[in-house]
Design a protein around this ligand. Structure first.
Ligand SMILES: Cc1cc2nc3c(=O)[nH]c(=O)nc-3n(C[C@H](O)[C@H](O)[C@H](O)COP(=O)(O)OP(=O)(O)OC[C@H]3O[C@@H](n4cnc5c(N)ncnc54)[C@H](O)[C@@H]3O)c2cc1C
Length: 415
């Protein structure tokens, strides 16, 4: 008999669980509170720029193996594009200095031995000082594990960890930072090639998953917000969507792939992260020069990363709580000034849009990391997924997919 799985939440974690289970011949029911799938990783049409934009620029790396496997499973791995080699150009706006970090294409971090490929004016000793991060405990602070000053910190460690953890690096969890470093910088250039969904997040990571699920006969309901769970002692037996109740048998599996706040209200007593940080993105409609790199690291400005897309330049600022209440016009002007300097542009500010995601990620500090639950719950047929569950990584697409795959695998093992 065909087994049944109910997936609640159509973000990347819910979609990756749904796809894995549908491919294993489960009858999948997917419920999403809003009218659109993708959650914090989605595209939409923006009338200010007259373009389809993403809620935020999302960077994947070639070492994000679960994310790439997910893209492959929905047939869109070719839609994640980037340069041939793991090269990261940077500009420092305070000095005008430009350089390129060249991580090569090895499986080992051989680039640290080559002065022409590593960060300018750094020595091998600077890189060795990062070693304590590699196997740090999650309870330790980055600031207690490694030196958070000097040129290597300013030019590489700070931008990398700020983007990965979405907190000021010294206050971040050294264990989470160590996992990022192990899976990227330490794994050599092969794991660090930057990959971007050039045609948009929804076109590459979301809509093809919905299409695959529909083709497999899944039942997909938008505008379905789970309000409560009915349960017996050891299993969930009802999903309550307000107007509609769905009854389950003990053999039916449920994946709760919603953010921490709704998860905590649906499952009283569940420990979840309680603090979040913002990410701010801005999109400027223009025709980027052909020699613009897909991604440019910016030091010494408000802007931290500059992304080049067809018909637009987009910027990202992590740990952006200080920017969420600032006047939008003022922010746009500040971003455009940085872009002009970083990209050698002299044009008037074009049409723009600013997207401020207030609760972009949980705070990747030791305290908040300690509140992340695993996939299993006290109910035998209920599993958790989401970037905020205990994936061992900060809140990333890679973590979301891992959590979705893990929830699906636990269900498959029960089969
Ligand atoms: C601006 C920004 C930039 C980012 N940049 C990067 C990056 O460069 N690289 C990277 O790897 N990651 C990045 N991330 C993180 C990445 O987007 C997330 O880790 C990932 O999208 C989280 O997916 P999720 O499925 O875990 O959660 P969510 O995307 O939050 O999905 C949860 C879904 O559940 C739905 N839901 C909520 N409550 C209910 C309910 N009661 N019933 C039914 N449905 C419900 C929500 O509507 C949502 O669709 C970024 C995030 C943001 C916001």
């Amino acid at each position: 008999m065909q087994r049944v799985a109910h997936i609640v939440g159509a973000g990347i974690s819910g979609l990756s669980a749904a796809v894995r289970l549908a491919n294993a011949n489960f009858k999948v029911h997917l419920y999403e509170a809003t009218q659109q799938a993708g959650g914090r990783c989605r595209s939409y049409f923006d009338s200010a720029t007259n373009l389809t934009i993403d809620n935020g620029n999302h960077l994947l790396l070639s070492g994000n193996y679960h994310a790439l496997a997910y893209a492959k499973s929905i047939g869109t791995d070719a839609g994640l594009v980037g340069p041939e080699r793991a090269q990261f150009p940077f500009v420092d706006l305070t000095t005008g200095k430009r350089w390129q970090l060249d991580l090569g294409d090895s499986r080992l971090p051989l680039w640290v031995f080559d002065a022409s490929r590593r960060v300018p004016d750094t020595t091998l000793r600077d890189y060795l000082a990062l070693m304590p991060l590699i196997w740090s405990s999650p309870q330790r602070l980055v600031g207690d594990a490694i030196p958070c000053n000097g040129l290597l910190y300013q030019r590489l460690v700070q931008p990398l960890l700020l983007a990965a953890l979405n907190v000021d690096p010294p206050e971040g969890s050294a264990g989470l930072a160590g996992a990022v470093v192990r899976e990227t910088l330490l794994a050599g250039g092969q794991a660090c090639r930057p990959l971007i969904a050039r045609e948009g997040l929804s076109a590459v990571l979301v809509e093809p998953a919905i299409k695959l699920l529909q083709d497999r006969g899944s039942d997909i309901r938008f505008g379905h917000e789970l309000r409560s769970l009915g349960h017996a002692t050891d299993h969930v037996r009802e999903l309550n969507f307000g107007e509609e109740n769905v009854s389950l048998t003990p053999a039916d599996a449920v994946v709760l792939a919603v953010p921490p706040r709704p998860a905590a209200s649906l499952l009283p007593g569940l420990k979840t992260p309680t603090k979040f940080r913002a990410i701010v993105n801005a999109h400027f409609r223009c025709e980027p020069r052909e020699d613009m790199p897909p991604i440019l690291g910016v030091i010494g400005g408000v802007v931290e990363w500059l992304f080049t897309f067809p018909q637009r330049l987009s910027v990202t600022i992590s740990n952006g709580d200080r920017l969420v209440d600032m006047p939008r016009e003022e922010l746009a002007q500040a971003f455009w000034r940085d872009i002009c300097q970083a990209a050698n542009v002299k044009d008037e500010m074009p049409a723009w849009q600013i997207v401020r995601e207030r609760r972009a990620t949980f705070e990747a500090t030791p305290q908040q990391n300690a509140l992340r639950p695993g996939s299993r719950t006290s109910f035998k047929n209920l599993f958790l997924a989401g970037d905020w569950t205990d994936t061992g990584l900060p809140a990333t697409i890679e973590g979301s997919v891992r959590s979705g795959h893990r929830a699906a695998d636990l269900i498959l093992r029960q089969a």
